[in-house]
Design a protein. Structure first.
Length: 467
């Protein structure tokens, strides 16, 4: 019996050796085929400069280059080919790599590409066949790239398309886009999760959303929808604005208590996220400093000086103006008992929270270095969402005055008496907008102030409403 087993083991070893000898050339050939594809894909990604999004490979063949074009998780790749046999082999190659869903192949023989307008970030082809250049430009997103036969063509971004870089559009707080392309929606461009928010009775599942340079960024609670009592999972999410492809995520924690009543504030929570070009400025949790991220990858570039406990951020002409507290807000998630409303104004809950004592800092955006700091009686009760900047000035509303500062030094240029009601619903804050050489201040009455002086126009009545 032992001899038999030994013979069988010897036979098995011999068979395996023979199989290895037979398969070795095939394995080497597969590796040899994959290596050029990976090198070609790397060259294409480098030449085009496309960092994530939807990639289309026209004439994908057996899918070697198609799969290799998925350089990392921020790319979604779709291959097209007229040959059914090629598509079948491409799908098999994709399946073996474990990339199904992330990379796909489809048979296509038409002259019109199967995509919505302005959807594709990178289109790769050796030749277009019956597809016209006009059709390629139709499906490319603004700043999208066509790489056909080794030639790079970039679709320009229309000047009529605007960005929304701050909670209130830009640093001036004027929440009106300079966009003449936007109009009534006619169809979906793309759809992404989460399908459902977590509750209609508690803190909104979406805290902030901004856009810049063809990308959108938002802070969202991706916790389970089965019960709002389950702990939240807050993330900063980045997607391509035109294709919706997920680019990256960063964990945000701790955050506002998620059991806080719906539409009960805090008023400034959406002011913790700003986008500017290829940079994102954010507080990745309560009590944390302002962090500068690479907009394409989500990688941390730097942490801004003296911004621990940052409450609000605006960006203007290369400078970050940051409202900083002396401590985190009271109702931080993870507290033993979530804050409960102490009173009700009409039917709105009022949270009698102890606000942090505040000060204002200016930070050089490209270095994270401190330019100046203003910490005095003017800033201690800086009112939420009133910080703004335009031209060479910064503005904010204290509990008793409207102030204008020199943006480069923090020096006070003028003051205008403007007392506010300090007892108010937790979602409520004064409004301050800078537009057309005028500072508009609203809090039960509207004042118009020229930004270069302290001369106030005649106030008109302004009723505080729920929206």
């Amino acid at each position: 019996m032992m001899v038999t087993r030994t013979l069988r083991l010897a036979d098995l070893v011999s068979v395996c050796a023979c199989v290895a000898l037979v398969l070795a050339p095939a394995a080497n050939q597969a590796g040899a085929e994959a290596a050029p594809a990976a090198q070609t894909a790397k060259q294409i990604i480098g030449a085009t400069g496309v960092k994530g999004g939807l990639v289309v490979h026209v004439g994908c063949g057996r899918g070697k280059l198609t799969a290799a074009l998925r350089a990392n998780d921020s790319y979604l790749v779709h291959g097209l080919d007229a040959g059914a046999d090629n598509v079948a082999k491409a799908r098999e190659h994709i399946r073996k790599l474990g990339l199904c869903g992330k990379v796909s192949a489809e048979r296509w023989t038409g002259k019109h590409l199967p995509y919505a307008d302005n959807l594709v970030n990178l289109l790769v082809a050796e030749e277009l066949g019956g597809v016209t250049n006009e059709e390629v430009m139709r499906v490319l997103a603004p700043l999208g790239v066509a790489y056909v036969g080794g030639k790079k063509t970039v679709k320009p971004r229309p000047k009529e398309i605007d960005e929304w870089t701050h909670f209130l559009h830009d640093a001036s707080n004027n929440a009106v886009a300079k966009d003449t392309v936007v109009g009534p929606p006619r169809r979906y461009q793309w759809i992404a999760g989460p399908t459902w928010a977590r509750s209609h009775d508690h803190l909104s599942s979406l805290s902030a959303l901004v856009s810049a340079n063809g990308r959108i960024f938002y802070i969202v609670d991706e916790g389970p929808i089965a019960s709002v009592a389950i702990a939240p999972k807050w993330f900063l999410v980045a997607r391509d604005a035109f294709s919706g492809v997920l680019l990256w995520k960063r964990r945000v924690s701790p955050w506002e208590g998620h059991l806080r009543n719906f539409r009960s504030g805090p008023a400034e929570i959406a002011r913790r996220l700003v986008a500017a070009g290829d940079r994102v400025y954010v507080t990745l949790g309560y009590g944390k400093p302002v962090t500068a991220l690479d907009a394409a990858t989500g990688q941390t570039l730097r942490t801004c000086e003296q911004t621990d406990n940052a409450l609000e951020i605006i960006h203007h002409e290369g400078v970050l103006f940051v409202v900083v507290g002396d401590r985190p807000p009271d109702n931080t998630a993870g507290a033993a008992v979530p804050a409960k409303p102490k009173a009700v104004w009409h039917w709105w809950p009022i949270y009698k929270e102890r606000p942090p004592r505040k000060h204002l800092v200016a930070i050089k955006a490209d270095s994270g270095k401190l330019l100046w700091k203003k910490a005095d009686a003017d800033t201690v009760e800086l009112m939420p969402t009133t910080l703004a900047a335009a031209g060479k000035r910064a503005f904010f509303q204290s509990h008793k005055e409207l102030l204008a500062l020199d943006a480069s030094s923090g020096r006070v240029l003028w003051r205008a008496a403007r007392p506010v009601n300090r007892r108010r619903p937790s979602w409520s804050a004064p409004t301050l907008v800078v537009y057309g050489g005028v500072v508009l201040s609203a809090d039960r009455a509207v004042d118009a102030v020229h930004p270069g002086t302290d001369k106030s126009g005649k106030p008109g009545q302004w009723a505080v409403t729920s929206h």
